[in-house]
Design a protein around this ligand. Structure first.
Ligand SMILES: *[C@@H]1O[C@H](CO)[C@@H](O)[C@H](O)[C@H]1NC(C)=O
Ligand SMILES: *[C@@H]1O[C@H](CO)[C@@H](O)[C@H](O)[C@H]1NC(C)=O
Length: 544
């Protein structure tokens, strides 16, 4: 069965006005838009923490003064106690000190300076990311590592393309990432990240994690991937540091036993003469835990900017032109810049088609409403989140703001298609690692009911605005035909999902590549069949 199912939240837009749909509320890691709030929260908390530190310091300072004063006083007094107390003022002061001052000191020492800070923290903690967020962010990093074929050292040294705020990972960060992979039984990434942690420790990095712990995970991950000898080697290294390590000691025995058995079997086979297989064949390169499907390979290639399949001959037939669709008076004065991105399926890009201020308005409207994008389970029809669609999205209706109405009208003017039957404008924000794996926008033959409730037919076409540049990653790719379209702020791309006959065009299968660096904002309009009967302009169908 298709993993993709019907990948939309389309009926959310219909329901949301009736009921408050409460989806996963947080999932911070899926959207940078909402993560920025966390930065400000953290900044406030740091201020509060510093206030606390100052309060503790001044308290300690007072206590210290008191101690110093008493120290010298009692030093003098004990040299000649009787002579000292023979002075009436000294006698009075001793009474006063013991009766009141020590009590005051006691309350000062006991005074709780933590309350303001702790109550601040407790309040803010409710809005903090959860374990799921942390795991989600870690998995996003691992996904990026695979898609963009980055080695652990590149990631750990923060040496990513185009980054402004370079950020490095400590051995402990690497260890924590490896541990998350480990809890997912993803031993491929466990090994990579534990090895990176070990490398940094070997290079002398000071760290709270120790080599023994790292070696313990590392050797286990390697054992799990079937490399007994290397696992043994590393376990022995662990034992050099910590000879009494119980698990390592028993593992060594187990590894040695298994290896001996292997060797015996091999020599028995060799004796029987039936075995001439190259004995110590070069180890096959270990694979990612989720061995990628061929489509996934193509998808990831395109995301990296490789494997775009357009012959120069076809390339030479793609043009830029000023375009007005010949029917709308609105663009006669200012035709729009239209550029061919691909020939089949035909994908066109419109330049300078949404202004900076319109983008800002759309983002502001969407931000408070961003929710983790869901898919409708193809079996149960229930909306759920899925690892292959990681973003947050919101729907904007025309009556909410004139800008939304204006944008809808513009799409209608340019495409010549009727927007009355289209879905609302959807706004999506992809955080780092945010992606939408290959899917179709239209409902397929095996999903005849896909858009039944809408009563507007299938999704005839897709309009997609790019509302940000993406520093690295984040392309829209079409794996079947080998096309890649890169986000450029202020532009939009458009393609038909259905042939003029109403048949689905399977070559429109597409995906949103994971964002490697930066923040991706898009908005899209899914246009439906009803109402287009006399409208679909021939100009856009000629290549089909
Ligand atoms: C922490 O508490 C102080 C005093 O109650 C308040 O002024 C401040 O805004 C609070 N900060 C946060 C982050 O809640
Ligand atoms: C976005 O990228 C395009 C082309 O790469 C560039 O011309 C434009 O200035 C960039 N816009 C912003 C806001 O950075």
């Amino acid at each position: 069965m298709s993993r993709m199912g019907l990948c939309t939240v389309w009926y959310l837009s219909l329901l949301s006005s009736l009921i408050q749909v409460s989806l996963a509320e947080k999932d911070f890691f899926t959207s940078i838009g909402q993560m920025t709030d966390l930065l400000y929260t953290e900044k406030d908390l740091v201020t509060s923490l510093k206030d606390y530190v100052q309060a503790e310091e001044s308290k300690l300072e007072k206590i210290k003064k008191w101690a110093d004063k008493l120290d010298s006083l009692s030093a003098t007094a004990t040299q000649d106690p009787e002579g000292f107390l023979g002075h009436p003022v000294n006698a009075f002061k001793l009474m006063k000190r013991l009766n009141t001052e020590w009590a005051e000191l006691e309350s000062l020492v006991l005074k709780d300076m933590t309350d303001v800070f702790i109550s601040n923290l407790t309040i803010q903690r409710q809005y903090f990311p959860t374990n799921e967020d942390q795991t989600g962010a870690a998995k996003a990093l691992l996904r990026l590592q695979d898609t963009y074929q980055l080695d652990t050292n590149t990631i750990s040294t923060g040496n990513l393309p185009g980054v402004t705020y370079r950020s490095t990972m400590t051995a402990e960060d690497c260890f924590e990432l490896g541990k998350i992979a480990y809890t997912e039984a993803d031993y491929y990434h466990t090994e990579l990240w534990m090895a990176q942690a070990l490398k940094q420790l070997d290079e002398g990095e000071e760290s709270a994690v120790d080599k023994v712990t790292v070696l313990d995970y590392l050797s286990y991950a390697i054992y799990q991937q079937g490399e007994m000898e290397r696992a043994l080697e590393l376990t022995n290294r662990l034992l050099e540091i910590d000879p009494d390590h119980q698990r390592a000691n028993s593992n060594v025995k187990y590894f040695e036993y298994q290896l001996k058995k292997q060797h015996q079997e091999e020599s028995e086979k060799a004796m029987k003469g039936q075995e001439k297989r190259e004995k110590r064949a070069p180890k096959t390169k270990r694979k990612r835990t989720n061995d990628p499907l061929p489509e996934r390979n193509r998808y990831e290639q395109l995301c990296r900017g490789e494997g775009v399949k357009l012959t120069p001959r076809r390339q030479s037939r793609l043009f830029c032109r000023y375009f007005d669709n010949g029917r709308s008076p609105r663009y006669l004065l200012g035709p729009v810049k239209q550029e061919d991105e691909w020939d089949s399926p035909r994908i066109v890009r419109y330049h300078d088609i949404i202004s900076e201020s319109e983008i800002a308005t759309v983002k502001e409207l969407a931000k408070p409403r961003l929710r983790r994008a869901t898919i409708s389970n193809p079996v149960t029809g229930v909306l759920e989140t899925a690892h292959y669609r990681i973003s947050k999205s919101a729907w904007l209706t025309a009556y909410e703001h004139p800008v939304v109405a204006k944008i809808n009208q513009r799409i209608e003017d340019i495409t010549g298609l009727n927007m009355d039957t289209a879905e609302e404008l959807q706004v999506a924000n992809y955080g780092v690692g945010g992606q939408y794996e290959p899917h179709f926008d239209f409902g397929r033959k095996d999903e005849p009911d896909a858009f039944k409730e809408l009563g507007t037919g299938n999704r005839i076409a897709t309009w997609l605005f790019y509302m940000s540049n993406v520093t690295a990653g984040g392309a829209t790719v079409f794996p079947d035909v080998g096309a890649a379209v890169w986000p450029i702020k202020g532009t939009a791309v458009f393609w038909y999902n259905l042939f003029a006959s109403g048949e689905g065009d399977y070559s429109t299968r597409h995906a949103a590549c994971p964002v490697l660096v930066g923040n991706k904002w898009v908005s899209n309009k899914w246009i439906h069949e009803r109402g287009q009967e006399f409208r679909r302009p021939c100009g856009l169908t000629e290549v089909e």
